[in-house]
Design a protein around this ligand. Structure first.
Ligand code: HPA
Ligand code: ZN
Length: 319
């Protein structure tokens, strides 16, 4: 029986496995610049975040219809359930689809067709978090929030992702203020490749209640102390950090030191189809590489529910 856990850092577009990418390409008459799944998998050798993002955005070309988004999310939820995920807070990147002429309604309603019956079908409760692309403009983020207004009953919060360095959180103050006024929860990627200052800015300027990655906080002891004191959850993604070269090897990952420092760490999969593993795979990988105890593993699982956007009664049921 895998340890029951919540997944809090998961890009649904990053769950597109090569087999599904080719199946959707055939269904939609989209030509992929790879001969087969084997050749595509060979392209999964990344130097940094940007080299991954190039492929991640390229493969999205196969996602065109509600059915495609439903199939994508349903395949993820089935895999997640098999690894003990009982609750998933799922990111999506609407701007990457709007730019290709795929409407907000197609994306949200398609995802919802899978998410809406996930508890019944997979035993996994879900929330949807809409991310803004930080390498697009602040105006584009505001337009995206506007386009999402008819679907806000389906969306629990907003996030910020894509290329981090050179795109500090403060640029997105206005859209985060507007999102807060609409009652949306707020998270943001910060401190994956970007400096610790971006984590501070995400907290102080964007008002985020959870930091995605947050890895580089370890360079700033005063920031670590603050994150501990304020019990700010961090959604770490160990296999992602290795594949995107944020750390050299899993054995070098600071997760154990972060737990020892008292940080509210969670372990997540980020883009599992690209980084070599789903939530349970990430749990096992850090346990083996860092020699984490059963108590550590139970703490990580507890943290994942505590840091989620579940209400207390839902949280008890999910664990
Ligand atoms: N970091 C930033 N943006 C992303 C990622 C990531 O790991 N995955 C998908 N978009
Ligand atoms: Zn991410």
């Amino acid at each position: 029986m895998p340890l029951p856990k919540a997944e809090l850092h998961l890009h649904v577009e990053g769950t597109l496995e090569p087999e599904l990418a080719f199946a959707l390409a055939a269904r939609n008459g989209v030509e992929l610049p790879y001969a087969d799944t084997e050749e595509l998998r060979k392209a999964y050798a990344f130097d940094d975040l940007q080299s991954f993002l190039n492929l991640y955005y390229e493969l999205m070309a196969v996602l065109r219809t509600e059915q495609d988004f439903e199939d994508l999310a349903d395949a993820y939820l089935e895999r997640a359930a098999a690894q003990g995920v009982r609750h998933a807070e799922i990111f999506f990147d609407p701007q990457a689809h709007l730019a290709r002429g795929v409407a907000m309604g197609t994306v949200v309603e398609g995802l919802w067709r899978a998410l809406g019956r996930s508890e019944e079908k997979h035993g996994v409760s879900t929330r949807l978090i809409m991310c803004f692309l930080r390498d697009e403009s602040a105006d584009s983020a505001l337009e995206t929030l506007e386009a999402a207004k008819p679907y806000l009953d389906r969306i629990v919060g907003v996030g910020l992702d894509s290329a981090e360095v050179g795109h500090p959180p403060a640029e997105f103050r206005a859209v985060y203020e507007a999102a807060a006024a609409l009652g949306l929860r707020r998270v943001a990627h910060a401190g994956e490749e970007g400096p610790p200052e971006y984590i501070t800015e995400a907290l102080d300027v964007l008002g985020v209640e959870r930091v995605d990655h947050g890895l580089r906080c370890m360079e700033d002891p005063a920031l670590v102390e603050r994150l501990v004191r304020e019990r700010v959850p961090l959604t770490l993604c160990p296999l992602s950090n290795v594949r995107l070269r944020a750390v050299d090897t899993l054995a070098d990952h600071p997760l154990a030191a972060m737990l020892d420092a008292g940080l509210l760490c969670t372990v997540n999969s980020d883009d599992p189809a690209y980084f070599g593993g789903y939530a349970g795979d990430n749990f096992h990988a850090v346990r083996d590489a860092l020699g984490l105890s059963e108590e550590h593993m139970r703490r990580l699982a507890r943290n994942s529910f505590a840091a989620s956007f579940l209400e207390d009664d839902e949280e008890r049921r999910a664990r």
